[in-house]
Design a protein around this ligand. Structure first.
Ligand code: EPU
Length: 431
């Protein structure tokens, strides 16, 4: 097992470039299977979840050619639509194989998705959507099985706003006969990105990014070259790390519009954020002020930024309140922050954060991807040395996280947990 060792107390400064959006890439890679022609995907993040999904594509017979670290060519002529691959049980994005394979081949068997343990994560809205298009769907032996003689356009009204089901049903509907209308859709930027990619392959999708998506089915899709949008959450994480360390960082390769919910909260708590065309500069010079936040679907404050924000606010002036309205189990990292001296009380889906003057280093355990990033931020501001265990969670969604932080002046390194000599040397070097 690998761990980060961080010597805290250094202010982040400099410039950092953001990678492509992981959650867009997951949908786009699955969508690439929907044509027999070659697809080239650029600005692909080099993170664990993406690499595991690409391996799965290759295992079912697609040709996957990693041209370079951020570019992949895929020819999606698969040999089987039964995805019997253990790694797919551990990630969330595997569910997009259902929509893509069902849409193209009218059959898919995919393991029930796993992913971060942040609350119950049912998929009944995905299933409801597939059924509305004429598919038979059942769950047996830990797999979701979907098949249809043909798919026909349908009218779907989601009971809740869900990113995954919006993308999945959109995937299945692009090759269905006739028109599909999906209402009460999620509006996240990566939904628009997947729709744009599908349209670049010849699909006819209108309204992505609004409540209602209209899809006219086409007979087939063709090859395309497409560049993925920047990762809004990676960008937000660096914004929060900068704010927490009283730093000054220019964050490049971003779409500032996608960051507005984060930007406006940072400004409210006394951080300067300067927007450029494709960059934001974050400058913090004083202790953060307090605020109240409720996580919401886009364009609200993203649940994927909640742990990072809570961590930054752990040292705010006064009391802040954060309410998590998307996932019910997303405060598990708070116990770890408490070990570092934070004063946070969780009541149901609300965290009451009484700002403390300082955090102190401790050994903490990463419960999931975004919480892991948050614990790293805590380590960056804490006095002394922090060990963040289970780096593999963080590597699911952050490319070269420690390298990027180091380039901004952080004292952080990755070690095997058994490398006590290396860890000792690092600690001595950092003082
Ligand atoms: N939900 C249902 N039924 C469904 C689908 C969702 O009840 O059929 C509920 C969920 O339990 C949750 C809420 O609806 O309470 C929202 O779920 P959503 O479907 O929007 O989330 P997801 O598709 O499971 C994606 C991202 C998450 C991100 C959420 C919300 C991927 C692979 N995952 O999950 O990303 O938090 O949307 O924006 O795209 C992360 O990157 O760290 C991460 C967890």
């Amino acid at each position: 097992m690998e761990q980060y060792v961080i010597s805290g107390g250094r202010r982040l400064a400099g410039e950092v470039a953001i990678a492509g959006a992981k959650n867009a890439a997951l949908g786009i890679i699955a969508a690439a299977l929907m044509t027999d022609e070659q697809v080239t995907i650029e600005n692909l993040p080099d993170v664990l979840d993406i690499n595991v999904l690409l391996d799965a594509l290759a295992e079912i017979g697609a040709i996957v050619d990693r041209v370079d670290r951020h570019t992949v060519r895929i020819v999606g002529r698969v040999q089987t639509t039964t995805v019997d691959i253990e790694s797919m049980r551990k990630m969330r994005g595997s569910y997009y194989l259902l929509g893509a394979l069902l849409g193209k081949y009218k059959h898919a068997q995919v393991p029930l998705p796993g992913g971060c343990n942040i609350g119950s994560r049912p998929i009944e809205q995905h299933i409801k959507g597939f059924r509305a298009l004429g598919a038979n769907v059942d769950i047996s032996f830990g797999n979701v099985n979907a098949d249809a003689e043909k798919l026909s356009g349908g009218h779907i009204f989601f009971d809740i706003v869900t990113v995954g089901a919006t993308i999945n049903v959109m995937l299945a509907a692009v090759l269905a006969e006739g028109q599909t209308i999906i209402e009460n859709c999620a509006k996240e930027p990566h939904i628009v990105d997947v729709a744009n990619f599908l349209n670049s392959m010849g699909a006819n999708i209108k309204g992505a990014g609004t409540d209602v998506i209209r899809i006219r089915g086409v007979e087939k899709l063709h090859g395309s070259t497409y560049s993925i949008i920047p990762d809004q959450i990676e960008a937000g994480t660096f914004m929060l790390a900068t704010a927490a360390t009283c730093g000054d960082v220019r964050i490049t390769n971003v779409i500032p519009k996608h960051l507005e919910a984060i930007t406006s909260k940072l400004m409210e708590i006394g951080v300067r954020v300067e927007e450029e065309d494709d960059a934001v500069r974050v400058v913090a010079t004083k202790r953060l002020g307090n605020t109240q936040i409720k996580t919401l679907v886009y364009p609200g404050f993203p649940t994927d930024m909640q742990p990072q924000m809570t961590t930054a606010l752990a040292m705010c002036e006064g009391t802040s309140i954060i309410t998590e309205s998307i996932f019910e189990n997303r405060f598990k990292y708070v116990d770890e922050l408490t070990k570092m001296g934070a004063n946070i009380k969780v009541e149901g889906n609300t965290a009451i954060i009484n700002g403390v003057e300082k955090l102190t280093g401790a050994t903490v355990c990463t419960p999931d991807l975004r919480a892991g990033a948050a614990l790293v931020i805590a380590g960056l501001v804490a006095e002394g040395c922090t060990v963040v265990e289970h780096v593999e969670f963080i590597e699911r969604g952050y490319e070269n996280f420690e390298g990027k932080l180091k380039s901004l002046g952080a004292a952080i390194d990755k070690f095997d947990e058994n490398d006590s000599r290396g860890i000792q040397k690092f600690k001595l070097k950092c003082g």
